[in-house]
Design a protein around this ligand. Structure first.
Ligand code: FAD
Ligand code: UDP
Length: 371
C-alpha cells in the first residue's frame, strides 16, 4: 500500500524565497511544510530585539526596489518605516560621503558645483572594455578615487585582488555629480517596523514550520512527507559537493552595546583601508530610532569560507559560474525538486529580487497545476 504524502510541498529554508513560496502555495490551497536548519525563520534577513533595539543579525538589511508590485507585496506583511540608506566612508582617519557624489568630489578635489564635478569626472574617465572590477572603476573615476573608496574594501570583502573580480559586483553602486547622498536610487525604500523576522512570521502565518531541521541529514524521511520539494539551501551541498565546492565569502559579526544614544553619523560606516580588518560598522538603532540612551553596533569581518561555515556571498566569477552551470544540469534531472534563492541559484540576489523570483516561480507552478 502506498502512503499519500501529508504535504504538497516541503520547503527547505525559511528565508524570504521559501517564505514567499510557502505563502503563495498556501493561498492557492496547497499544503506546505517549511523546514530550516537554523533555530529561527527569515534566513539572512533575520533580526532580533536586543535591549530594545532591532539588531540585523546577519548584516544590515535595507529594503529597496523600483518595482511597485514588489513594494505592495511586502507592505501586506509589515508597515515600512521610510528610510533612505546613507553611508560614510572612513579612510586614513578622514570621513567621506559615499557613493561618490558632489560632496565626495568637494572633499577630495575641492570642486564646488555640479558643472565642475562633471568636468572633473570627464577628465578622470578613461573607459575600458576590460571586464574586471579594478579596470572598470579606474576607467569610471580614476586611480585616486579607486584607491580611497574601492581597492582596500573590495580586497577585504572578497579576499581577492580586484583585478580578478567581475565588475558586476560594483556596477550597482551609483556614481553621481549632484548632491544626492543616498546609497540606493530606488523609488521605494524602507525598514519593516518591528524587524524582518516579524515580516517573515506574518508571511508564514498558519503554515507548518519546523526549525533546527537539516533537510540533508534527514533527506529520505523528510522527502516522503511531500510530493514536491523546494530547496533554497546551497545547490552544491544538495549534491554532496560531487562536482566540487562552489566558493562563497564568509563573515564574522562582532556586536557590542555602547552606553550613549548615538555612535556614528550614518547607520553604516565603511572602513575602506586594507589595514583595518573589518569592512564596516553598523549602528542598528538608526534603522528604527527610539531615542534610547544606549546603542548597539556591529563590526563586520569578512572571512574565507570553508565547508560547514555559513555561506554569505556567492562569488560569481567565471570559475564558479562554470561549476554552478554543471550543478544546474544535475538539478534539471531532479524531477520533483525546485532550486531557488541566493544559495539554490548561486546568485548575489537582494531581497526584492529574491521575492520577485519566488513569486514568479510559485505563480508559474500554480498556473500550470490549474490547467
Ligand atoms: P537565505 O536568507 O539564505 O535563506 C536560506 C535558508 O535556507 C537559510 O535560513 C538556511 O538556514 C536554510 N537552509 C540551508 N540549507 C538547509 C538545509 N540543508 N536544511 C534546512 N535549511 C537549510 N538584501 C537587500 O535587499 N538589502 C540589503 O541591505 C542586504 N544586505 C545584505 C547584507 C549581508 C551581509 C548579506 C549576507 C546579504 C544581504 N542582502 C541584502 C541579501 C539578502 O540577505 C538575501 O537576498 C536574502 O536573504 C536571500 O533570501 P533566500 O531565501 O534566498 O536565502
Ligand atoms: N564597495 C567598495 N567600497 C565601499 C562599498 C562597496 O569598494 O565602500 C564595493 C565592494 O566590492 C562591494 C561592492 O562594491 O562588494 C558592492 O557593495 P554593496 O554595498 O552593494 O555590497 P553588499 O551590500 O552586498 O555588502
Amino acid at each position: 500500500m502506498t502512503v499519500q504524502p501529508t504535504y504538497d510541498f516541503l520547503i527547505v529554508g525559511a528565508g524570504l524565497y521559501g517564505a514567499v513560496f510557502a505563502r503563495e502555495m498556501t493561498n492557492a490551497g496547497k499544503r506546505c511544510l517549511v523546514v530550516d536548519k537554523r533555530s529561527h525563520i527569515a534566513g539572512n534577513a533575520y533580526s532580533k530585539n536586543q535591549d530594545g533595539i532591532e539588531v540585523h543579525v546577519y548584516g544590515p538589511h535595507i529594503f529597496h526596489t523600483n518595482d511597485k508590485a514588489i513594494w505592495d507585496y511586502v507592505n501586506q506583511f509589515a508597515e515600512f518605516i521610510p528610510y533612505h540608506h546613507r553611508v560614510n566612508v572612513t579612510y586614513k582617519g578622514e570621513s567621506y560621503s559615499f557613493p561618490i557624489n558632489l560632496k565626495t568630489l568637494q572633499q577630495v578635489f575641492g570642486v564646488n558645483t555640479e558643472e565642475e564635478a562633471k568636468v572633473l569626472l570627464e577628465k578622470l574617465r578613461t573607459p575600458t572594455n576590460e571586464k574586471d572590477l579594478e579596470s572598470w572603476v579606474i576607467g569610471q573615476v580614476g586611480q585616486e578615487l579607486y584607491e580611497i573608496f574601492v581597492k582596500g574594501y573590495t580586497q577585504k570583502q572578497w579576499g581577492r585582488d580586484p583585478k580578478n573580480l567581475p565588475n558586476s559586483i560594483i556596477k550597482r553602486i551609483p556614481i553621481r555629480t549632484n548632491h544626492n547622498e543616498n546609497y540606493f536610487d530606488d523609488r521605494y525604500q524602507g525598514i519593516p517596523r518591528g524587524g524582518y523576522t516579524k515580516l517573515v512570521a506574518n508571511m508564514l502565518h498558519g503554515i507548518d514550520v519546523q526549525l533546527e531541521t537539516d533537510y540533508l541529514e534527514k533527506k529520505n524521511d523528510l522527502s516522503k512527507l511531500a510530493s514536491q520539494i523546494l530547496f533554497t539551501g546551497p545547490i552544491d551541498a544538495y549534491f554532496d559537493y560531487q562536482l566540487g565546492a562552489l566558493e562563497y565569502r564568509g563573515l564574522r559579526f562582532e556586536t557590542s552595546k555602547i552606553e550613549k544614544p548615538k555612535f556614528q553619523a550614518t547607520a553604516a560606516v565603511n572602513y575602506t583601508e586594507l589595514e583595518v580588518p573589518y569592512t564596516r560598522i553598523v549602528e542598528h538603532q538608526q534603522f528604527e530610532p527610539k531615542g534610547l540612551n544606549h546603542t548597539i553596533i556591529t563590526k563586520e569581518y569578512p572571512l574565507e569560507w570553508t565547508k560547514g561555515k555559513e555561506p554569505y556571498y556567492p562569488i560569481n566569477d567565471d570559475k564558479n559560474k562554470i561549476l554552478y552551470n554543471a550543478y544546474r544540469k544535475l538539478a534539471e534531472k531532479e524531477t520533483n525538486v525546485i532550486f531557488g534563492g541566493r544559495l539554490g541559484e548561486y546568485k548575489y540576489y537582494d531581497m526584492h529580487q529574491v521575492i520577485a523570483a519566488s513569486l514568479k516561480t510559485s505563480r508559474e507552478i500554480i498556473k500550470e497545476s490549474s490547467k
